[in-house]
Design a protein around this ligand. Structure first.
Ligand SMILES: Nc1ncnc2c1ncn2[C@@H]1O[C@H](COP(=O)(O)OP(=O)(O)O)[C@@H](O)[C@H]1O
Ligand SMILES: [Mg+2]
Length: 273
């Protein structure tokens, strides 16, 4: 009988491949973790509003106060419903596939989840949306990318500021450009080439909202955009702010023109050209 072969240790290449996969998983979990912490915070805020106005309604018996309390409770509950719908949509769409996606809706879904956080840090959001065709993306992943950029922008403005979110059609490249610009600290030129590196961070750890400090956000963004065959570009001026632009492919169906038919006479004389 031949002795059983001892199990082979994985080769160096195999080990690298396994580690890369684990890292990718960690990147995904970090941005998913950010999303969960955002939505939980938001939901908690809404509940606090509902509870406080319900208490007010119990304490005050007059119609005017009660009407006001009911109005506030209704508005807050409607907001809660929007948030849960957003989360459900996100959870349902776990596919790896790319689909024609309305980027305005994707942006609004993301901003809704970050609304309170932005208010808390005194950040104003300005929208500049051109009419753009649908983009061919995995909306789940692009939403995570966008939320990463928005949170980074917010963190670059510790005493508040403005974030401009812009959508521009780039027909020459069959692309849509999505830009997130902030009026924050900016990034020094010598640091700029490193920001997409894994684990590169200038933050000492997660902030009071439990976000950032891993250095995995932008490397996740870069990986996702590469998988979309898109581009991610950064422009920054110290003391003025930073802009990240995603170039995303337009969905083919979004641009298909109706077929053109021409009736040609069978024996048409050839026109000189
Ligand atoms: N909008 C921005 N303004 C200024 N610096 C930024 C901005 N976005 C990213 N950075 C810099 O890039 C680094 C890496 O970002 P990221 O990969 O998201 O990791 P993290 O947010 O965990 O630090 C940040 O630590 C910060 O120094
Ligand atoms: Mg980050």
């Amino acid at each position: 009988m031949t002795p059983a072969k001892p199990p082979q240790a994985p080769s160096l290449e195999e080990q690298v491949a396994i580690l890369k996969q684990q890292l990718q998983q960690a990147q995904k979990l970090t941005s998913l973790g950010d999303l969960v912490s955002t939505t939980t915070h938001e939901f908690n805020n809404v509940l606090t509003t509902i509870i406080n106005y319900a208490k007010m309604g119990q304490r005050h018996r007059d119609d005017a106060t009660r009407d006001k309390a009911f109005d506030k409770i209704m508005t807050a509950a409607q907001r809660a419903a929007k948030i849960t719908n957003g989360i459900l949509g996100f959870a349902r769409n776990r596919s790896q596939g790319f689909e024609p996606t309305d980027l305005v809706k994707l942006i609004e879904d993301s901003l809704l989840l970050l609304e309170r956080e932005m208010q808390k840090y005194r950040v104003t959001i300005e929208r500049k949306f051109q009419a753009v065709p649908q983009a061919m993306v995995n909306s789940n992943q692009i939403q995570q990318v966008l939320m990463n950029l928005l949170v980074n922008a917010r963190q670059a403005m510790p005493s508040g500021g403005t974030i401009w979110v812009r959508l521009v059609h780039d027909p020459a490249n069959r692309a849509v450009d999505l830009t997130v610009r902030d009026s924050g600290a900016g990034i020094p030129a010598d640091k700029l080439p490193r920001i997409f590196d894994r684990y590169y961070t200038t933050k000492s750890g997660p902030d009071a909202s439990g976000k950032g400090g891993t250095g995995l956000g932008l490397s996740f963004c870069r990986d996702v955009i590469e998988a979309h065959q898109g581009r991610i570009r950064v422009e920054s001026t110290v003391g003025k702010g930073t802009a990240f632009t995603l170039k995303l492919p337009v969905a083919q169906t979004a641009e298909v023109a109706p077929p053109v038919t021409i009736d040609m006479p069978v024996a048409a004389p050839q026109m000189p050209v």
